[in-house]
Design a protein around this ligand. Sequence first.
Ligand code: G6P
Length: 611
Amino acid sequence: MCGIVGYIGPQAAAPIILNGLRRLEYRGYDSAGICTVDQGGIEIRKRAGKVADLEQALHVSSMPGTTGIGHTRWATHGVPNDPNAHPHADASDTIALVHNGIIENYLTIRKKLVKAGYQLRSETDSEVLAVFIGMLYEQTGSVEQAVRAALGEVDGTFGLVVVSSREPDVMIGARRGSPLVLGIGSGEFIFASDASAIIAHTRQVVYLHDNEMAIVHRDGSYVTKTIGNEATVSAIEEIEFELDAIEKGGFDHFMLKEIFEQPNTFRDGLRGRLQLEDGNVRLGGLESVRDALRTAQRIVITACGTSWHAALVGEYLIESLARIPVEVEYASEFRYRNPIIQPNDVVIAISQSGETADTLAAIREAKMKGATVLGMVNVVGSTIARETEAGVYLHAGPEIGVASTKAFTSQLCILTQFALLLGRMRGLGQLEGRELAKELDAIPAKIQRILERVEDVEAIAREYASASNFLYLGRGVNFPVALEGALKLKEISYIHAEGYPAAEMKHGPIALIDTNMPVVFVATKDDIYDKIVSNIEEVRARSGRVIAIATEGDTHLHSVANHVIEIPETHPLLTPILASIPMQLLAYYIAVQRGCNVDMPRNLAKSVTVE
Ligand code: G6P
């Protein structure tokens, strides 16, 4: 989604903003632009395309001025073209803004502006807001008051930063629904959509709350207030990750780096939590809701995309270890269908970014209906982390590749521990608990073993890189892994792929199978292994090509599948964690073979902050 950067301080603003925009590229975008304030005027350079094109074609890094804003746009209103790119200026070309979010009543405001004689230069809701602020400036004579008055009339969501040549020593940021972070340096400030664009300058940040504004001054002072003009207390927090966490560190792509980080990120998710001797788990962030967990009658998990797939695995884990009924809901559906929430329901939101608009709206709905709402979130200080009553951080570190990998396995790490904790509260014996805890503890080394054999997956990827379709099949707890494997392939290689429960193949997808259809099976040794092998035979009988993810040492599968990728043996409930690694690698190497932009696939956004 859109990325915002703003800088005010003693240094040239444009190079800092440009670097910030590069850091935000991973969020997904289609246009970029910069505005600086200098010598009594504002200058805007913007265009459709990548940040590198912006620099090459418009030489933005040499723009003069020590105050400025920049933006990467992910189109919502209006196609990705030069006029629709941000920053947008008001009619007098003295006020400019960058905006992330959607102004829902922009047509009403637009009509008001047109009636008052204003002309708009783009199709965007954001320009409407800029011109509206300009109109209100004529009435108030203050940028801050004009911004406040405009935001008071706006329906919808925004994270925005405003600059003006009329008040060149002030910069204003505000948010409702879309994230905005203020970095506080020594004598300088940098606003950004997330901390990755700030960390090169300072680790001290203020995460703005909804309906909050920050007004920062060149002299180093700043205030935070509500949009309604009441003073707020803003805690200064420290960015927890290091700069190298958001750099490629010698890998060709962030996605590959993040796949290889998984032994460590998984270990980080267990650290200080897993109690091997007791066969139990300590999740400090859930202490305050222990009673609600003990008495929960039902758990509803809500999420989007990859996080929703993790939730489906969570359903199996919680139901089998703790025997509590679980429902998994797409956040986007949950919020719109007046969900039934009962007093002893616990609602869990799973989100890598902690900013997904639908997930956020779902938890607000659940809270309003009286549920205990918990979060499993990666980004520290994110909105979902703040708005949930209690929660557990994933500790996967920044995930930059648009296709989620390490966050997914970290979600499974947390969900397994959560299920174990609930199970132990509700009758799961110490011995069973110990067995699972021991297996969990062994997972990082097993992931490492899979990663030591990437060449095998790379070779398979070469053979299938030109396929047009793929099927992914799995059963039981591995069905969501099939869904996730298909999603990974779609996202980054643009090959059509579908995930199905293996036995459902007979009810439709089997009609698609011919020599051109590769089918990926999760066929590890468990209670339903024989059934999966029968499903493989069914595909082979119709000349389909089978890639089987199998348990190490399974010789039988070599005789029925075209390719076998072995993963170490583990507890059946932990298979999804290991089985997802070769699927990530397969999608990655196929996308590389096809020359796709792995880290920034077309049309996708890392964090979807609009509904
Ligand atoms: C976007 C991303 C997906 C992600 C989903 C949910 O669609 O491209 O990779 O799974 O949002 O994001 P969240 O941050 O809530 O996990």
